[in-house]
Design a protein around this ligand. Structure first.
Ligand code: G3P
Ligand code: MG
Length: 254
Protein backbone atom coordinates (compact mmCIF):
# COMPACT_ATOMS: atom_id res chain seq x y z
CA UNK A 1 0.00 0.00 0.00
CA UNK A 2 1.56 3.41 -0.97
CA UNK A 3 2.22 5.76 1.93
CA UNK A 4 0.19 8.95 2.18
CA UNK A 5 2.35 11.91 1.23
CA UNK A 6 3.18 14.57 3.85
CA UNK A 7 0.37 17.11 3.98
CA UNK A 8 1.38 20.68 4.86
CA UNK A 9 -2.10 22.18 4.34
CA UNK A 10 -4.66 23.20 6.99
CA UNK A 11 -7.92 21.26 7.28
CA UNK A 12 -10.16 24.30 6.65
CA UNK A 13 -10.06 26.18 3.34
CA UNK A 14 -12.02 29.35 2.50
CA UNK A 15 -13.90 28.92 -0.81
CA UNK A 16 -13.18 31.62 -3.44
CA UNK A 17 -11.37 33.57 -0.70
CA UNK A 18 -14.33 34.08 1.57
CA UNK A 19 -16.59 34.46 -1.40
CA UNK A 20 -19.96 34.80 0.33
CA UNK A 21 -18.94 37.57 2.73
CA UNK A 22 -16.83 39.59 0.29
CA UNK A 23 -16.54 39.63 -3.52
CA UNK A 24 -15.34 36.16 -4.49
CA UNK A 25 -11.84 35.71 -5.90
CA UNK A 26 -10.73 39.27 -5.04
CA UNK A 27 -8.08 40.33 -2.53
CA UNK A 28 -10.91 41.65 -0.34
CA UNK A 29 -12.23 38.08 -0.07
CA UNK A 30 -8.86 36.65 0.97
CA UNK A 31 -8.54 39.44 3.51
CA UNK A 32 -11.95 38.49 4.90
CA UNK A 33 -10.97 34.82 5.18
CA UNK A 34 -7.79 35.74 7.05
CA UNK A 35 -9.82 37.96 9.42
CA UNK A 36 -11.87 34.87 10.31
CA UNK A 37 -8.75 32.87 11.07
CA UNK A 38 -8.50 30.97 7.78
CA UNK A 39 -4.88 30.31 6.72
CA UNK A 40 -5.78 28.67 3.40
CA UNK A 41 -8.07 29.69 0.55
CA UNK A 42 -9.32 28.15 -2.68
CA UNK A 43 -9.74 30.35 -5.77
CA UNK A 44 -10.36 30.04 -9.51
CA UNK A 45 -7.53 30.88 -11.92
CA UNK A 46 -8.19 31.64 -15.58
CA UNK A 47 -6.39 33.38 -18.46
CA UNK A 48 -7.13 36.55 -20.37
CA UNK A 49 -7.01 36.50 -24.17
CA UNK A 50 -3.48 37.90 -24.03
CA UNK A 51 -2.22 35.40 -21.47
CA UNK A 52 -2.50 37.13 -18.09
CA UNK A 53 -3.41 34.71 -15.27
CA UNK A 54 -6.12 36.17 -13.02
CA UNK A 55 -9.00 35.08 -10.79
CA UNK A 56 -12.56 34.54 -12.08
CA UNK A 57 -15.08 31.73 -11.64
CA UNK A 58 -17.53 32.20 -14.51
CA UNK A 59 -17.11 31.98 -18.28
CA UNK A 60 -18.83 35.37 -18.50
CA UNK A 61 -18.21 38.67 -16.75
CA UNK A 62 -21.75 39.74 -15.81
CA UNK A 63 -22.35 38.03 -12.46
CA UNK A 64 -19.25 39.23 -10.62
CA UNK A 65 -18.12 42.35 -12.47
CA UNK A 66 -19.56 45.39 -14.24
CA UNK A 67 -18.22 44.02 -17.55
CA UNK A 68 -20.10 42.12 -20.23
CA UNK A 69 -19.39 39.15 -22.43
CA UNK A 70 -17.12 36.14 -22.49
CA UNK A 71 -14.10 36.64 -20.26
CA UNK A 72 -11.73 34.71 -22.54
CA UNK A 73 -12.35 37.20 -25.35
CA UNK A 74 -11.06 40.15 -23.30
CA UNK A 75 -7.52 41.50 -22.95
CA UNK A 76 -6.11 42.22 -19.51
CA UNK A 77 -6.06 45.96 -20.34
CA UNK A 78 -9.87 45.84 -20.39
CA UNK A 79 -10.30 43.39 -17.51
CA UNK A 80 -8.06 45.51 -15.27
CA UNK A 81 -10.55 48.41 -15.53
CA UNK A 82 -13.52 46.39 -14.24
CA UNK A 83 -15.24 46.74 -10.87
CA UNK A 84 -15.41 43.26 -9.33
CA UNK A 85 -16.68 44.41 -5.95
CA UNK A 86 -19.85 46.51 -6.11
CA UNK A 87 -22.10 43.48 -6.76
CA UNK A 88 -21.31 42.42 -3.16
CA UNK A 89 -22.02 45.85 -1.68
CA UNK A 90 -21.02 49.48 -1.97
CA UNK A 91 -18.22 49.05 0.56
CA UNK A 92 -16.43 46.88 -1.99
CA UNK A 93 -16.85 49.38 -4.84
CA UNK A 94 -14.00 49.46 -7.36
CA UNK A 95 -12.38 46.27 -5.99
CA UNK A 96 -10.47 45.06 -9.06
CA UNK A 97 -10.04 41.59 -10.48
CA UNK A 98 -6.89 40.08 -8.98
CA UNK A 99 -4.01 38.86 -11.10
CA UNK A 100 -2.25 35.71 -9.95
CA UNK A 101 0.83 37.89 -9.45
CA UNK A 102 -1.07 40.23 -7.11
CA UNK A 103 -2.43 37.23 -5.21
CA UNK A 104 1.08 35.78 -4.83
CA UNK A 105 2.39 39.02 -3.34
CA UNK A 106 -0.63 39.28 -1.00
CA UNK A 107 -0.48 35.64 0.10
CA UNK A 108 3.25 35.65 0.77
CA UNK A 109 3.01 38.89 2.77
CA UNK A 110 0.07 37.60 4.86
CA UNK A 111 1.02 33.93 5.29
CA UNK A 112 -1.91 32.64 3.25
CA UNK A 113 -1.69 29.17 1.67
CA UNK A 114 -3.57 28.50 -1.57
CA UNK A 115 -5.47 25.92 -3.55
CA UNK A 116 -5.43 27.31 -7.09
CA UNK A 117 -8.23 25.78 -9.12
CA UNK A 118 -7.39 26.01 -12.83
CA UNK A 119 -10.63 27.15 -14.48
CA UNK A 120 -10.05 27.38 -18.27
CA UNK A 121 -12.37 29.28 -20.54
CA UNK A 122 -14.11 27.07 -23.08
CA UNK A 123 -11.54 25.22 -25.21
CA UNK A 124 -8.61 26.88 -23.44
CA UNK A 125 -7.61 23.93 -21.20
CA UNK A 126 -4.07 23.34 -22.48
CA UNK A 127 -3.03 27.00 -22.62
CA UNK A 128 -4.60 27.77 -19.24
CA UNK A 129 -3.14 24.72 -17.49
CA UNK A 130 0.32 25.39 -18.88
CA UNK A 131 0.40 29.14 -18.19
CA UNK A 132 -1.18 28.91 -14.73
CA UNK A 133 1.28 26.24 -13.61
CA UNK A 134 4.35 27.98 -15.06
CA UNK A 135 3.34 31.30 -13.52
CA UNK A 136 2.65 29.65 -10.14
CA UNK A 137 6.07 28.03 -10.15
CA UNK A 138 7.70 31.37 -10.95
CA UNK A 139 5.71 33.41 -8.42
CA UNK A 140 6.09 30.95 -5.53
CA UNK A 141 9.76 30.05 -6.16
CA UNK A 142 11.43 29.17 -2.87
CA UNK A 143 8.16 29.38 -0.91
CA UNK A 144 6.60 26.63 1.20
CA UNK A 145 4.11 25.19 1.13
CA UNK A 146 3.59 25.55 -2.61
CA UNK A 147 0.03 26.15 -3.81
CA UNK A 148 -2.01 23.03 -4.50
CA UNK A 149 -3.17 23.10 -8.14
CA UNK A 150 -6.52 21.50 -8.92
CA UNK A 151 -8.92 21.25 -11.84
CA UNK A 152 -11.99 19.44 -13.12
CA UNK A 153 -10.19 19.40 -16.48
CA UNK A 154 -7.98 16.36 -16.97
CA UNK A 155 -6.47 18.14 -20.00
CA UNK A 156 -5.58 21.26 -17.98
CA UNK A 157 -4.03 19.16 -15.22
CA UNK A 158 -1.94 17.23 -17.74
CA UNK A 159 -0.68 20.53 -19.21
CA UNK A 160 0.08 21.79 -15.69
CA UNK A 161 2.03 18.61 -14.92
CA UNK A 162 4.07 19.00 -18.11
CA UNK A 163 4.84 22.68 -17.41
CA UNK A 164 5.59 22.36 -13.68
CA UNK A 165 5.77 18.73 -12.56
CA UNK A 166 7.02 19.71 -9.10
CA UNK A 167 3.79 21.50 -8.15
CA UNK A 168 1.31 19.35 -6.19
CA UNK A 169 -1.85 18.52 -8.15
CA UNK A 170 -5.37 17.44 -7.21
CA UNK A 171 -8.11 16.12 -9.50
CA UNK A 172 -11.52 17.71 -8.92
CA UNK A 173 -14.59 15.52 -9.27
CA UNK A 174 -18.27 16.46 -9.17
CA UNK A 175 -19.01 12.75 -8.71
CA UNK A 176 -16.84 9.66 -8.53
CA UNK A 177 -17.58 8.03 -11.87
CA UNK A 178 -15.89 4.87 -13.09
CA UNK A 179 -12.14 5.40 -13.52
CA UNK A 180 -11.74 8.28 -11.05
CA UNK A 181 -8.86 6.68 -9.18
CA UNK A 182 -6.96 5.74 -12.35
CA UNK A 183 -7.48 9.26 -13.72
CA UNK A 184 -6.02 10.87 -10.59
CA UNK A 185 -3.09 8.46 -10.38
CA UNK A 186 -2.28 8.80 -14.09
CA UNK A 187 -1.72 12.53 -13.58
CA UNK A 188 0.54 12.00 -10.57
CA UNK A 189 -1.96 13.75 -8.28
CA UNK A 190 -1.39 13.92 -4.54
CA UNK A 191 -5.09 14.45 -3.80
CA UNK A 192 -8.65 14.43 -5.06
CA UNK A 193 -11.16 17.21 -4.35
CA UNK A 194 -14.73 15.93 -4.43
CA UNK A 195 -18.25 17.27 -4.04
CA UNK A 196 -19.12 16.26 -0.47
CA UNK A 197 -22.38 14.68 -1.66
CA UNK A 198 -20.36 12.14 -3.66
CA UNK A 199 -18.04 11.21 -0.80
CA UNK A 200 -18.47 8.38 1.66
CA UNK A 201 -16.10 6.60 4.02
CA UNK A 202 -15.43 3.82 1.47
CA UNK A 203 -14.29 6.29 -1.20
CA UNK A 204 -12.08 8.13 1.29
CA UNK A 205 -10.52 4.84 2.41
CA UNK A 206 -9.99 3.77 -1.22
CA UNK A 207 -8.22 7.05 -2.04
CA UNK A 208 -6.09 6.87 1.10
CA UNK A 209 -5.13 3.27 0.32
CA UNK A 210 -3.89 4.50 -3.08
CA UNK A 211 -1.81 7.24 -1.41
CA UNK A 212 -4.16 10.12 -2.26
CA UNK A 213 -5.37 12.78 0.15
CA UNK A 214 -9.07 13.70 0.01
CA UNK A 215 -10.66 17.16 0.16
CA UNK A 216 -14.38 17.96 0.04
CA UNK A 217 -16.24 20.96 -1.38
CA UNK A 218 -18.36 22.94 -0.60
CA UNK A 219 -19.06 22.02 3.03
CA UNK A 220 -21.30 24.61 4.68
CA UNK A 221 -23.04 22.37 7.21
CA UNK A 222 -21.55 21.48 10.62
CA UNK A 223 -23.01 17.96 10.63
CA UNK A 224 -21.55 17.19 7.20
CA UNK A 225 -18.16 18.53 8.31
CA UNK A 226 -18.22 16.35 11.46
CA UNK A 227 -19.10 13.26 9.44
CA UNK A 228 -16.26 13.87 7.01
CA UNK A 229 -13.75 14.64 9.76
CA UNK A 230 -14.67 11.41 11.53
CA UNK A 231 -13.95 9.48 8.32
CA UNK A 232 -10.49 11.01 7.92
CA UNK A 233 -11.01 13.83 5.41
CA UNK A 234 -7.87 15.89 4.75
CA UNK A 235 -9.44 19.20 3.72
CA UNK A 236 -12.79 20.99 3.87
CA UNK A 237 -13.54 23.83 1.43
CA UNK A 238 -16.26 26.08 2.82
CA UNK A 239 -18.18 29.29 2.22
CA UNK A 240 -19.16 29.42 5.90
CA UNK A 241 -15.98 31.03 7.21
CA UNK A 242 -17.92 32.85 9.93
CA UNK A 243 -19.68 29.70 11.21
CA UNK A 244 -17.33 26.73 10.70
CA UNK A 245 -13.67 25.91 11.28
CA UNK A 246 -11.39 28.57 12.73
CA UNK A 247 -14.07 31.22 12.16
CA UNK A 248 -16.48 29.43 14.52
CA UNK A 249 -14.14 30.08 17.41
CA UNK A 250 -13.75 33.79 16.77
CA UNK A 251 -15.85 35.99 19.07
CA UNK A 252 -18.05 38.42 17.20
CA UNK A 253 -17.36 36.79 13.85
CA UNK A 254 -20.99 36.09 12.97
O1 G3P B 1 -12.41 23.80 -5.94
C1 G3P B 1 -13.60 23.44 -5.34
C2 G3P B 1 -14.77 24.20 -5.92
O2 G3P B 1 -14.43 25.55 -6.03
C3 G3P B 1 -15.17 23.67 -7.26
O3 G3P B 1 -16.35 24.24 -7.75
O4 G3P B 1 -17.60 25.79 -9.17
O5 G3P B 1 -16.98 26.48 -6.88
O6 G3P B 1 -15.24 26.32 -8.64
P1 G3P B 1 -16.55 25.78 -8.14
MG1 MG C 1 -13.43 26.77 -7.50
Amino acid sequence: MPALCPWPYPLWIAHRGAGKLAPENTLAAFDCGLAHGYRMAECDVTLSRDGVAYLLHDERLERTTNGRGIALEQTWALLAQLDAGTWQGERFAREPLATLAALAAFAQARGLVLNLEIKPGSGDDVRCGRFAAAETLRLWAGQAPLPLLSSFSHTALAAARDAAPQLPRAHLFERLARGWLADALALGCVAIVVNHRALDSAAIAQAHAAGLRVLAYTVNDAAVAERLISTGIDGLITDAVNRLGPGAAKPGSG
